[in-house]
Design a protein around this ligand. Structure first.
Ligand SMILES: [Zn+2]
Length: 382
């Protein structure tokens, strides 16, 4: 696990890097003044919005770095992502290595190769571990199944939703042995169901277009090990305080890559972590899940409910909650909680935490994610 000492010595070693200088100047802090975590925390975070602004002029942005970009991608924002070196900037090959992908695998990559970086991230990762990649990109599940049948592909890279559809097309007997998923959370129940029915190993990782791989599961699948080149801070979205184990907060990542030093990147993702020793003997930080986005919130009867706050509430009861806001014919707001199992006294607890009365509570076993659903018709008409 990366310590703050390693981060500060990285900054010192790379103090001439123009992007690091830009960040320090913007925070009014000098490199020699950064010795402790509290000093480091004075560096203003960089957000997706900041990156969108900074990369508006690619020439100016590229000038911060010593290498010429190999590729320029676009992710929503738009943010222009500059790729300076293969393999070591995005690092998803490590996720595949943790997931027992190997050089004999034939891997179907279903992420898009068009403009966004996901296709490339995994294409290079597969090549790095010496496996064969089928650059499928987005397609119909039937086309994907056809390609898997024709090639005898052994591994799948993509999202959970797409994997499910492809497995349904393929049927129980098929050549896929393993899969690596990002972008959507998979619950233990969903994973067990798919693994048992289709005899497939399912691993998940966490990363972003700007940062590449952040964390990835090992064979025990009890949280995602943070990559050993990344320093992660998990902060209270309201006051910026550093949070402890099992608390839900925003992930800030610092990547110690001298060619592309991304310092205190505020991901906007809500996560929690544990430092408990994993069965694989590693004692590093494990991300327990990505529970939503910091910026997802809803205003009901003048009160804000943030998704991170709802997630914390749901986690404290070990449940998933879908909070639906709708309205009656007089445009009065109606709050409905859809919850995956019955919890006694939840309405009172909700009222105490959010100062709002719940109108309905419905138990529905299919709820597998905590989220806020805005269904107020009078808002949609605007
Ligand atoms: Zn482990």
């Amino acid at each position: 696990m990366i310590t703050i000492d390693k981060v500060t010595s990285f900054l010192r070693q790379n103090k001439d890097n123009k992007f690091i200088q830009y960040r320090l100047n913007g925070s009014n802090i000098k490199i020699d003044d950064i010795c402790t975590y509290d000093d480091f925390k004075k560096i203003k975070p960089i957000t997706r919005k900041d990156l969108a602004e900074l990369t508006k002029d690619i020439k100016v942005f590229a000038d911060f770095f010593d290498l010429c970009p190999i590729k320029i991608f676009e992710s929503p924002g738009p943010i222009y992502n500059l790729l300076f070196e293969s393999y070591y900037q995005y690092r998803f090959y490590k996720g595949l290595e943790y997931s027992s992908f190997g050089h004999c695998d034939i891997v179907v990559n279903t992420f898009s190769y068009h403009l966004t970086p996901a296709g490339e991230m995994f294409d290079e990762a597969v090549r790095k571990i010496g496996a064969s990649v089928i650059p499928l990109g987005p397609s119909s599940s039937s086309k994907c199944a056809e390609v898997i049948k024709n090639t005898g592909a052994t591994a799948f890279i993509g999202t959970k939703t797409f994997l499910k559809k492809v497995l349904e097309e393929l049927g129980e007997k098929n050549s896929l042995l393993k899969s690596y998923l990002i972008a959507e959370k998979i619950t233990d129940d969903e994973r067990n169901y798919l693994s048992n029915k289709y005899d497939i190993e399912i691993y998940q990782g966490y990363g972003t277009a700007e940062a590449g791989l952040i964390a990835t599961e090992c064979q025990y699948k009890t949280g995602m090990h943070v990559d050993n080149e990344i320093f992660v801070e998990i902060l209270n979205p309201e006051n910026g305080d550093l949070l402890g184990e099992n608390e839900v907060g925003e992930a800030y990542v610092t990547i110690l890559n001298k060619n592309y030093p991304l310092i205190r990147y505020a991901t906007g993702d809500l996560v929690s972590y544990t430092l408990e020793k994993c069965s694989c003997d590693r004692e590093d930080m494990r991300i327990l899940g990505v529970f939503g986005r910091v910026d997802s919130s809803v205003k009901v009867k003048g009160v804000f409910i943030h998704e991170w706050s709802l997630t914390e509430f749901a986690n404290s009861y070990g449940v998933s909650i879908k909070l639906e806001i709708s309205n009656d014919e007089n445009n009065n707001d109606i709050l409905s909680l859809h919850i995956n199992k019955d919890v006694k006294g939840l309405d009172l607890a909700f009222k105490e935490k959010f100062k709002l009365r719940v109108n309905n509570i419905n138990v529905n076993n299919d709820i597998n994610k905590t989220e806020i659903i805005e269904n107020r018709t009078y808002l949609k008409k605007r």
